[in-house]
Design a binder for this molecule. Structure first.
Ligand code: AR6
Length: 183
């Protein structure tokens, strides 16, 4: 599995699936969630409402993931995940790692070969950028290693971390290189 860092707007990525940093309601919000809903069109909200009506009446739990079509996005699917909200006392990195792992499991089940992630929980949910970057790399590399151990060589081949700001790209780059992040 290859991991790439990209600076820009995740809604423009031509990948099989983009991951949305949603909230448990799945009914939209600000940040990357708002941008994805705007770019995908109103069909996305309708699909999310249908999920709430059927398999997720209580909403999507923190650390879980679920897919919808991408509608007007270049990406074929949106995988919605709910990061932990530091402002609500959700400080366990295992919950954040779960977002990345569960999203990759969903991507694999869809047959997606390329997946783009935003910096889940690093915005409105208040997590430190470096902690998000470390957790993201650890979770994705652990997922790839466990799949290799099982001898599975199909599924997600490319993971992009699509970061909105150059500062965030720099933090992810430094974490990847194992060096200090000053930003
Ligand atoms: N492309 C890539 N990254 C983006 C984009 C974009 N178009 N827009 C923002 N970011 P956030 P969270 C970055 O707040 O912290 C919503 O209201 C942003 O700069 O979107 O998980 C949901 O409904 C930051 O680095 O997600 C939830 O209620 C990163 O994406 C809540 O916010 C994540 O910031 C989730 O908060």
């Amino acid at each position: 599995m290859r991991i790439e860092l990209v600076q820009g707007d995740i809604t423009t990525r031509t990948v099989d699936a983009i991951v949305n940093a949603a909230n448990s309601s799945l009914l939209g919000g600000g940040g990357v969630d708002g941008a994805i809903h705007r770019a995908a069109g109103p069909e996305l909200l309708a699909a999310c409402k249908e999920l709430r009506r059927t398999e997720l009446p209580d909403g999507l739990p923190v650390g879980a993931a679920v897919a919808t079509p991408g509608f007007r996005l270049p990406a074929r699917w949106v995988i919605h995940t709910v990061g932990p909200n530091r402002h609500a006392g959700q400080t366990d990195p295992a919950l954040l790692a779960s977002c990345f792992r569960e999203s990759l499991l969903v991507a694999d089940s869809l047959g997606a070969a390329s997946v783009a992630f935003p910096a889940v929980s690093a915005g409105i949910y208040g997590w430190d950028a470096r902690e998000v970057a470390e957790t993201a790399f650890d979770a994705v590399t652990a997922f790839a290693a466990s799949r290799e151990e099982r001898g599975e060589d199909v599924g997600v081949e490319v993971v992009e971390f699509v970061l909105f700001s150059t500062e965030m790209v720099e933090v992810f780059r430094q974490v990847r290189e194992g060096g200090p992040a000053w930003g």
